[in-house]
Design a protein around this ligand. Sequence first.
Ligand SMILES: [Mn+2]
Length: 293
Amino acid sequence: MPFFSLPAELSNPQKSRHQVVPIPYEGTVCFLKGTAKGPDAILAVSDQMEYFDEETLTDISRFGIATLPPIPPADTPEEEFNRIYETVKEYGFYAAETAVKRKFPIFLGGEHSITPPLVKVAAEHFGQTLSVLQFDAHADLRNSYTGGKYSHASAMRRVLDYTPNLVQVGIRSFSEEEFRECPDRIKKIITPKQLASHLEHSIGNIRSGLTENVYITFDIDAFDPAFAPGTGTPEPGGLDWNTVCCILRTVCKEKNVVGADVVEVAPLGGNNVITEFLAARLVEKIIAYTSCG
Ligand SMILES: [Mn+2]
């Protein structure tokens, strides 16, 4: 099912600016499982949303939103990394010379270990001008974890292999090892508490940590578990919807956001669609903010 259940003329991959790519990979998750079902669940509920964005007052379907076939899961974390990297590189999303003509990919996970190969592709195109804006409860800076160096708990440590420019928002859980090995990182960590007490100042810190071109990786557990209960490792004290929208809108306005992923949605099943609905609305907002210039 395509995002928004858009008709063929509005979801043609050749003509659409935004390209949704499902990556239902779950290979190294250690606690609650279910992220492999994330992409389908997000696409299913997107059917219930308006094309018209109530905030920017734009019809976000007007530039087209294609939904590409899912990247089938590989057998090992290393194979998965290579498969995502090769497939996404082949798509050539960033190839066009101008930002307006460029395709804008939105990848739906799956677990967070899908992000390093996605950043690798973007970093090869944008070089030093690329930075990564991570929304997450967890720093994910371990050098290795259960599942080795490709573990979801090492996702951002691998991202640092491709770009030194990483700003982390919503973080409220990291180990002593992560802290000791990357002590300088703490300056580029914006906690939910900082955002709650000094929103404008914190958004200024986020902005100043980013370079010209920005890739956004959004772990759904950045939100408070009250808003996103369907995820593997929920952490108390998370972000709320309006704060997230405010940050995203500012960043999309002031920087050139080139692509995004939304990961770690593990649907609870039954009638509880809160988390996938939130994720689908998040995708809608990213499309809206990157469509209105
Ligand atoms: Mn996380």
